[in-house]
Every structure is written in C-alpha cells, then in structure tokens.
Design a protein around this ligand. Structure first.
Ligand SMILES: Cc1ncc(COP(=O)(O)O)c(C=O)c1O
Length: 383
C-alpha cells in the first residue's frame, strides 16, 4: 500500500511483483545477460571485431540516447542516420553502411514496426543488424526478430536494479560478460528498498535513496563488460512480465483516451500501435521548449516526475540532425508502467490539464494543437 503518491522516477522494489514459480516464456532460447545495455553493445565488438587495429563502424539513429553513444564511441566509429519517432520509418536514404558495418535499429518508444527493418535487411549484403528493444523487450517484433543480434536494457521497463539481455536470432556467437558483478547494482537495489519504505509512509529522507540511486547509475554507467547481478538474474524469471505489459498498455491507452479535444500546448506523440507491441510510456510533444520545461516543472511540483528522451547535445555528443535536436527540446516522457492503476492515470491527467490554468501556463500563452500528429504540430490560436 502506498501512503505517498508519486509517479515516476526510478523503480522501487516490491515483492508483490513476483511469481511463485519460474517463467521463461518470453525469453529467447539462448541469450546472455549483462549488467547494462551499454555493456552488452560494447561487448559485441569482442565477437565481431575484424582485426585488432581496425575499428568497426556503427550506424546509430539521430534520435537516441547521447550518453550511450558517448560510451559506444570508445569502441566503435559512429555514423549517424536519420530516424525520428515522429515518422513511421527511418530515413533509409541517410543510411549507407559499407560491407562489414554494424547498424543499430531502435524500436524507439516501442511503437515501431518490424516489417520496415525486415524489408530493409533483405536488400543488404554483409552488414550486421543489431536491434535495440529496450523500450519493449518482449514485443512480437523482438520475439520474431530476424536480425543478427537483438538486445534490450531490461532495467528501463522492469523493476530490477540492473540487467540487459542479448541474443542472436541468427545463432551467431554471443558476447559474454567478462568482469564480475557491479557493486552499483546492489547500491541501486538498496535505493529501491529505501524508496519502497519511503512510499509506504516510513519517515526516511528522500535524499538518502536519491543519492544512492544517482551514485549507482554512475557506477553502472562506468561498467563496460559487467555481469548481471545475482539478484537480478535470479529474480528475472519470477517477474510477471506478461502482466506488467498488460497493465502498461492499459494505462497508456486510458491516458490517450482521456485527452480532451481541447487540450492546449501539448499532444501525444502517438495514439495507436500494432498488436503485440506495448509502448514504452506516455510520450507527449509540447509546443516549444519553454512550454515543455514549464509543464515538467509543474508536474514535478505535483509529484509526477517525467523524463526527457533524449537531450542532445549531451556529453558533447550530438547527431547534428536539426529535426532530432528540435524534437528533443519539446518531448516529455510520462511514466505509465505497471506500478500505476487506472486511478493514478486519472489523477495524472487531472494534473496535466490543471497546468493550462496555472500562472506558469498563462505566461506561456498556450495554444491549441491542430491535429493528432506531432509532426504536423502548428500554433493554431492563442488560448
Ligand atoms: C533505448 C536505449 N537503449 C540502450 C540503452 C543503454 O542501456 P543501459 O542504460 O542499461 O546501459 C539505453 C539507455 O538509456 C536506452 O535508452
């Protein structure tokens, strides 16, 4: 029972999420686990590397996590191609890999179609396709992947302190973790336990678990080839993943259905998705950066903690894709995962709608979006 209401930020730990028996139903037949998604991607260079001296080229989408790219850059030569979540497919004319190159296809926000990449892949010769399913690790696309490699950072959608999975739909050699578990995972687990206590009303300082959480993220972020923690590898097959997916999808559907036609200043990035897919979270696109930042601050004041996917430039890394950079200034991710109920979603909507009546919003001169497609967003009228 939660005595303190808040939405988002990092997962807390709850034994309520566990299955009595183990279930491997949604996991691939053969896979390897790592502490982080970045470690899984970096370790690929060990099994694909052509020679000791020659660096592999990795093509990454222009709308992606720049912090991850900053780490991948240590091992791979990075090339960018344009891929915007406002479009249904990457701009394939900007993707021109040479023989032996690696291409990272990302199911951004879990709403992308498998067919787009599968059609592209059959026209290619001698490239290695790696799919990143971190935003929906157990989608139909992930399960039916025909890529050379597929991976997912599991800690983005599951309530575990660390963890990433990599598999090869084409039965290629899998990388393995080459260093022991990270202490960062256990620090994060401590933060999750303390957060659980905090949410249940225990009088502990939020600063304590927040600090542990931030430190653990830095420690996990510094690991390059680390094994998954014993805690996570043991608990993974006891998580009721199917139920989590159901709840997440229902929450996102409910939120989208609740959006009134008169909402001003922001709109959902998407309103539908294909069967077998579960979107990552509620993704909204605001009129401009000022509006996004004001809405975010207002939400935080009301105990909703949205994230930004993904700021760029960050860590001095940028795709230099003007459209990706522009979108990254207006986008906001509102958590809608299995932690939340239908009542929570209603309360979230009430809060977001309350923003338009707030002094902050009036100052920003909110306007009404013209239709339900974020890419066609226009300033229609003053509110
Ligand atoms: C889509 C996506 N893929 C991969 C990663 C890397 O995962 P990890 O943080 O576990 O290294 C991230 C991290 O932000 C991500 O957002």
């Amino acid at each position: 029972m939660r005595a303190r209401w808040e939405i988002g930020s990092e997962f807390d730990w709850s034994e309520l999420v566990l299955l009595q028996s183990t279930s491997h139903e949604l996991l691939p037949n053969r896979y390897e686990l790592f502490s982080t998604g970045t470690a899984a991607l970096l370790s690929l260079s060990n099994v694909i590397q052509k020679t000791q001296t020659e660096r592999l080229r990795l093509h990454v989408p222009s709308f992606y996590c720049m912090e991850v790219v900053a780490k991948l850059e240590r091992v791979f030569d990075i090339c960018w191609y344009q891929d915007l979540p406002t479009e249904s497919r990457p701009n394939f004319s900007s993707l021109n890999p040479s023989s032996g190159d690696l291409v990272l296809a990302v199911n951004t926000f879990g709403i992308r179609e498998a067919k787009v990449w599968q059609d592209w892949l059959v026209q290619q010769n001698d490239i290695i396709l790696i799919e990143d399913h971190s935003h929906d690790p157990f989608s139909l696309w992930a399960q039916q992947s025909i890529a050379h490699y597929a991976m997912a950072s599991l800690r983005k959608t599951l309530p575990i302190p660390d963890g990433a999975i990599i598999w090869s739909p084409r039965a290629m050699q899998l990388p393995t973790a080459s260093s022991s578990e990270s202490l960062g995972a256990y620090k994060r687990l401590t933060a999750m336990l303390l957060k659980k206590a905090y949410l249940s009303g225990i009088n502990i300082s939020k600063d304590v678990y927040r600090r542990l959480d931030v430190e653990s993220q830095v420690e996990l972020g510094n690991e390059t080839h680390c094994a998954i923690s014993t805690f996570t590898s043991t608990i993974l097959s006891h998580l009721n993943i199917a139920k989590f997916r159901q709840q997440r999808e229902a929450n996102i559907r409910q939120f989208i259905d609740l959006i009134p036609a008169t909402v001003s200043g922001w709109m959902p990035l998407f309103t539908s998705w294909s069967a077998g897919a579960v979107p990552f979270n509620i993704i909204i696109v605001c009129k401009d950066r000022e509006m996004r930042d004001a809405l975010r601050n207002y939400s935080i004041e009301h105990q909703i903690f949205p994230a930004i996917h993904w700021q760029q430039p960050k860590k001095q890394i940028s795709s230099n894709d003007i459209l990706a950079i522009e979108l990254s200034k207006r986008i906001l991710t509102i958590p809608a995962d299995q932690r939340y109920t239908s009542d929570d979603i209603e309360q979230m909507m009430e809060t977001l709608l309350g923003f338009s009546k707030s002094p902050q919003a009036r100052k920003l001169n909110c306007v009404k979006p013209t239709n339900d497609s974020a890419k066609n967003y226009e300033i229609a009228e003053d509110s």
